[in-house]
Ligand binder design. Sequence first.
Ligand SMILES: *Cc1c(COP(=O)(O)O)cnc(C)c1O
Length: 452
Amino acid sequence: MTLNRTPLAPDDWVARSLQAVWHPCTQMKHHERVPLIPVARGAGPWLYDPAGQRYLDAISSWWVNLFGHANPQINAALKTQLDTLEHVMLAGCTHQPAIELAERLAALTQHTLGHAFFASDGASAVEIALKMSFHTWRNRGYADKREFICVAGSYHGETIGALGVTDVALFKDAYDPLIRHAHVVASPDVRLAQPGEDAAALTARALDSVRALLEARSNHIAALIVEPLVQCAAGMVMHEPSYLAGLRALCERYAVHLIADEIAVGCGRTGTFFACEQAGIWPDFLCLSKGISGGYLPLSIVLSRDEIFAEFYDDDTARGFLHSHSYTGNPLACRAALATLDLFDSGKVLAANAEKSTLLRAALAPLAEHPRVRHLRQCGTIFAFDAVCDDPAEARTFSRRFFAHALERELLLRPIGTTVYLMPPYILEPDELTWLAARTCESFDATLKDFR
Ligand SMILES: *Cc1c(COP(=O)(O)O)cnc(C)c1O
């Protein structure tokens, strides 16, 4: 027997949602002016509202979707898993999806990061990595190493511990009294180069600030956390791979862990499966979430090295890693991740993405000449540019206006401040890529016209 729910009357969706649902990352009052999009279904890169109006999900639903909505392979894998095992606790029990996923991720790191700890959201993965780092040092007799370093503009999630290593004022300032702050080192943002300074010199300058801090304080510092290659939430801030290699060497030299937060940049986003691969390094801890389940289910994973795992292996329970979460290693989420990895294996995805990115880059190239565009940039399947808005009032409303103009053009895009970015799913066809570029340019010009 199936019990069908009465569908909501489409006209009611928005009003009822604004009444009962507290939306994230949103000043609810802004929805008096900013449209809320009711989404009835998804197919491939498209989202459809109840009336059948479509929108291209050009930001992969907050960077999580890789192979489209309602992907046939992931759906099939999940349906089978649903009839086999929906969930079991991972303390004292184990199951095939968790084992296979841990093994496959370890293999993707060439067995450098051989141990997978599961959680459900990115912020928890960051908290776990911070706790593990501190606890590793404590188990080794260095209990004073309890401070952390993060990079200016970093974003590592919004739980109280993760906010400690996050450097985005909007998310942090309101909760400041609750937070244990990390040391913040200079950003290697390539846009910050001084006149006459090339990328290598800028990177060296950023690394110098890390070296100075470690020289003074490494006895108290457990780990440095970094978003490899792209600080996404800061506004798609990009740096050279050599920065990561430099951090790896400094962390080695001063006995500090390196945590790579690949929650946004992992799973092929930057052109390699892990962003760290482009620097030829492995961190001590690597956090994954967002794309790992194909954008289907909440799942996050902290991968760590054998020698770290060994520090916890003991008869004493309190030396073990202590972090309990009800849905740890949820079989459905792990199965979605395995189906996602299968898609990577079957399709030469990274090579195809490189071709698609070349095409999208060429289609966006005219923007480089636009008088109101600065720093058109790309890393893998991430594209961004900064709008020149000298008037502060324009800058304040740019994102909201652009969002509305893009929606009118069947495009779901949410600029970060005055930074417009595209982070589409990997499955766009060439004609969809050129369409996306054209509509992005039109939305930008329409937004600028508002200001005249
Ligand atoms: C999104 C994100 C997080 C937080 O993940 P949630 O699942 O939203 O908690 C942490 N770090 C980075 C780099 C992210 O992009």
